[in-house]
Design a protein around this ligand. Structure first.
Ligand code: NAI
Length: 775
């Protein structure tokens, strides 16, 4: 089926959600009309315009680039509603009030073109109530698309259709949401809270209740409910602070008023006086005066405090002592069996939450996969509820529930002593309600390395990297070290892989499924070498990296880099050496070496210069590209999206961008395969650089920053070495330098810096704190 593209979208309601959704449509490159009410007669578009202005300053940024912001056209519903006729999709994201939503739909019915999808972002109102009184044609084009906050960063989209919905139209919007907005679309039933918020609200409530009942501190509670369960380390109280303490009574009220009286949530929901008091006094979380945690400033010192759950007063925050061993090992079975308040707490949360999730198939979702996906992508859980059950054992869970006299959902009985997921014939399968296993289906165009790993062994591997056959004649180079750090082993594997690929395959992609593509060289290893003064080893590592990356660049087959998340330092440099890059839109790329007192040492300096020399719009002459690269690298600038990486020259203008993380591998493979026919490796660049006069100019600029207090004394030393490399050392514009000469300059400067104790202090500080030292 080929689906008609969505060429223009209208979002109505420019609040938290509507504005963020409009930004994400624009991030996907599609024009979007953003409408809100008229609040000021003299400035009729002020609400929508104000929302865009606020988003341009917000952090984390809703827009991936300033260019995207230009795709948002603002207006108001009184003057511009007829423009809806030009749109293929109208997303309603106005306040959660049925009468207002209904009256808006009535107006929309008159102006929209039939066949234009109209969807609501409602969190709580049933679909059948929303379309009451509308025509059949409207009902057929209407459904619910429930985004999560913030819409750019949360990957889940719950899609809820009604009995009258045109399923072809829903499929068209689903496809758009998947490919262009980058969302994982999960089908949910038209039941209160849909999937994620229904389970999430019960989970939060259960965790707060149990902490109070069992007498845990908030720190103890979060230590149990966070990491060991694969939940972000904020745990539950930290999460409530993040989303807003004031949201709690609202969520509770919306679920208790809409769920049936016998729903387990009704028994768990309770009014918590402490929360009411906190809200009344403005302690609404991070956006307010503080929440369960707060940073208090006393005598110029920042002091982390936490609420004492029994008295309601703040006290100094303390790390919980004497937690059960299972907290660290992550053995959930052992944790719930632990014979203390921590074990009881873990059980209270998991027993209630997991059995509730199990009871929602098929009521809220067709299968367990939808439930797991919703919790992983909507609440950032590492494991979905059924994956957590597998970690405990369904039979164990049933036994404990029975012992408590709690109801046992039928799907748990169906599982018996089996797991909900299994690997069969190299495929991941899930258990369905009928007691049979079925393959976990991937949408067309979604390929995952995790799936490849289920059915094959790597072509080669060592401690830090692996090479996989990912089909269609393409291999995948995967980094496997901690944080995907790069070291000599990675370089060795690259060296060994090239002849194999040249002989037996067509192309290579550099890709992995870590949350960060690579944060660069293994600094811990480098520091160790420094401490034993193994300068020869360090120089070998630098030279080895340069050689491996150049070998990749000149290999007789196309190499496509496919980053997602951070690609920093050496992780950025490998991308600079690829023939092309297919980047996930959420790629954060940068050469950050100066931050740790070093300079890019694996060929990044020359590659960036060659990039910027060809950048359109730059004045002619040897100095402009040098000054530009110096500015970007000396300040350790990191692009906050793939779009920004193009502006900074880390990516080429024609490099590809995949909005959907799950499509990255398939897209990168396709890009690599499209380059195979007639492939010839790139020609080596040569450089005409300004030499010492250019270096003086760059140093003057840094002195200016130092005078303003924007650069430290040692920043001057580091950037002076960088300036030497970028201006070509002892040369002038009439001289031609080779790529090899540039690499030598880079190596010399790197080695001079790494021997300096102030650089070493920066590296050490970064390893210890994760933050740069401003010495
Ligand atoms: P909000 O209060 O931030 O924004 C609502 C916007 O709608 C305001 O700018 C308001 O001026 C505008 N508005 C009100 N009546 C209007 C009308 N008749 N025509 C045009 N604009 C009108 O609300 P928020 O949080 O953005 O929520 C919007 C919708 O999204 C609600 O249905 C909510 O349930 C849902 N939702 C909210 C989430 C959240 O985390 N805030 C998450 C998922 C869904």
């Amino acid at each position: 089926m080929s689906v008609a593209p969505v060429k223009k979208v209208c979002v109505i309601g420019a609040g938290t959600m509507g504005a963020g959704i409009a930004a994400q449509v624009a991030n996907g490159g599609v024009p979007v009309l953003l409408l809100d009410i008229v609040r000021d007669e003299n400035d009729r578009n002020s609400v929508a315009e104000g929302a865009v202005k606020r988003m341009l300053k917000a952090d984390p940024a809703p827009f991936m680039s300033n260019r995207a912001a230009k795709l948002v056209e603002t207006g108001n519903i009184e003057d511009h509603l007829d423009k809806v006729a030009e749109c293929d999709w109208v997303i309603e994201a106005i306040v959660e009030k049925l009468s207002l939503k209904q009256s808006l739909y009535e107006k929309l019915e008159k102006v929209r073109t039939p066949g234009t999808a109209v969807t609501s972002n409602t969190s709580t109102i049933p679909l059948e109530n929303l379309v009451e009184g509308r025509s059949d044609a409207f009902k057929s084009d209407f459904f619910i698309t429930h985004f999560f906050n913030p819409p750019r960063y949360m990957r889940l989209l719950e899609l809820v259709t009604g009995p009258a919905t045109d399923m072809d139209l829903a499929a068209r919007i689903r496809d758009f949401a998947d490919r262009v907005l980058g969302k994982t679309v999960v089908d949910a039933k038209d039941t209160p809270g849909f999937i994620a918020n229904r389970i999430g609200t019960l989970w939060i409530q259960a965790a707060i209740n149990a902490a109070m009942d069992l007498g845990l501190t908030v720190e103890e509670a979060d230590a149990i409910a966070g990491r060991p369960m694969g939940v972000p380390k904020t745990g539950v109280f930290g999460l409530v602070d993040l989303v807003g303490v004031d949201l709690m009574p609202y969520l509770q009220e919306s679920l208790t008023s809409t769920l049936p009286k016998d729903d387990p949530y009704q028994a768990i929901a309770r009014d918590i006086p402490l929360i009411n008091k906190m809200i009344a006094e403005g302690y609404t979380g991070r956006k307010g005066k503080g929440g369960f945690y707060r940073l208090n400033r006393e005598g110029g010192q920042k002091l982390k405090e936490a609420v004492d759950l029994s008295s309601g007063h703040y006290r100094k925050s303390v790390k919980p002592a004497s937690l059960p061993r299972a907290v660290k090992s992550g053995d959930l079975g052992a944790l719930i069996a632990s014979d203390d308040k921590f074990g009881a707490y873990a059980w209270a949360i998991l027993g209630q939450t997991l059995s509730y999730a199990a009871s929602l198939v098929p009521e809220a979702a067709d299968d367990i996969v939808a439930i797991d996906e919703a919790m992983k992508l909507g609440y950032n859980w590492k494991y979905g509820p059924f994956e957590l059950i597998d970690r405990i054992g369904a039979a164990t869970l049933v036994e404990r529930l029975r012992a408590d006299g709690a109801p046992v959902p039928s799907i748990l009985e169906t599982a018996g002593d089996r797991t909900f997921y299994r690997i069969e014939g190299g495929k991941r399968q899930y258990l369905d309600l009928d007691g049979e296993y079925y393959d976990v289906a991937r949408p067309e165009g979604v390929e995952l390395l995790a799936d490849v790993k289920l059915s094959s062994q790597p072509l080669m591997k060592n401690a830090s990297a692996a090479l996989w056959d990912v089909g269609d004649g393409v291999v995948c180079l995967e980094f496997t070290g901690k944080m995907n750090a790069l070291d000599g082993e990675v370089m060795k594997l690259i060296g060994k892989a090239i002849p194999l690929v040249a002989e037996k395959y067509k192309a290579m992609v550099v890709y992995n499924e870590g949350s960060q593509f690579s944060t660069g060289a293994n600094l811990g290893l480098a520091l160790f070498a420094v401490n034993i003064a193994a300068w020869g080893e360090i120089e070998k590592l630098v030279a080895g990296g340069q050689e491996a990356y150049k070998a990749l660049k000149y290999a007789p087959f196309p190499v496509v880099g496919a980053p997602s998340g951070m690609a920093l330092g050496g992780g950025c440099e490998i991308l600079l050496h690829c023939d092309a890059v297919q980047a996930h839109a959420e790629s954060y790329i940068g050469l950050v070496e100066c931050g740790v007192g070093l300079i890019p040492g694996w060929g990044g300096c020359g590659e960036m210069l060659a990039r910027w020399r060809d950048m359109p719009g730059l004045p002619k002459g040897p100095m402009p590209p040098v000054a530009k690269v110096f500015e970007i690298v000396s300040t350790a600038t990191v692009a906050k999206s793939a779009a920004e990486a193009k502006e900074l020259g880390f990516l080429r203008k024609d490099d590809g961008v995949s909005m959907n993380r799950d499509r990255l591998l398939a897209d990168a493979k396709q890009r690599a395969l499209s380059m195979v026919e007639g492939y010839s490796s790139p020609e080596a660049p040569t450089f005409n650089l300004p030499g010492p006069t250019g270096k003086v100019a760059l140093e003057l600029a840094v002195e200016g920053f130092q005078a303003q207090g924007k650069a430290t004394d040692y920043d001057g030393v580091v950037s002076s070495h960088l300036a030497t490399v970028l201006t070509g050392g002892d040369t002038d514009a009439a001289d031609t330098l080779t790529e090899q000469q540039m690499l030598e300059l880079e190596r010399e400067a790197f080695m001079a810096l790494v021997r300096n104790p102030r650089s070493q202090a920066r590296v050490e500080h970064m390893l210890e704190t994760g933050k740069p030292l401003r010495n």
